[in-house]
Ligand binder design. Structure first.
Ligand SMILES: [Fe+2]
Length: 126
């Protein structure tokens, strides 16, 4: 938790989506698309805050988001090309573990640094 309500909420939604997919009871295709779109929206939101606050580490942070998005595109292609339901399930599990681990580390280090000065990010709705 970073104690910025809107950011904590967005992160919680991402983890909920991952958990939903790990339970394997929902439409995987739909979950992947939702996860991809939601992540893109969340990254844009953070990036707009970095821009408006002229955050000094904006370029490095942006690069990490872009690397994550590039890896996601690769995973999506690999999932589409998986030859069997078993191969697809194994790969999907790898994807979910990767996304979850990446998010945990990214939030704990990079996002925590970005939002370390809470006064900069008190939004009107809070
Ligand atoms: Fe971030």
């Amino acid at each position: 938790m970073l104690d910025i309500d809107v950011i904590d909420l967005q992160h919680a939604v991402l983890f909920d989506l991952i958990e939903l997919m790990q339970e394997g009871e929902s439409d995987v295709e739909m979950c992947i698309n939702t996860l991809g779109r939601y992540t893109a929206m969340h990254f844009k939101f953070e990036e707009s805050l970095m821009r408006s606050e002229r955050y000094v580490e904006h370029p490095q942070h942006l690069e990490m988001h872009q690397e994550f998005e590039a890896r996601s595109v690769q995973f999506k292609q690999e999932l589409q090309q998986a030859q069997s339901p078993e191969a697809r399930a194994t790969l999907l599990n790898e994807v979910l573990v990767f996304v979850r681990d990446w998010l945990i580390k990214h939030i704990d280090k990079v996002d925590r640094h970005l939002f370390s000065d809470k006064n900069l990010y008190t939004l009107p709705s809070e």
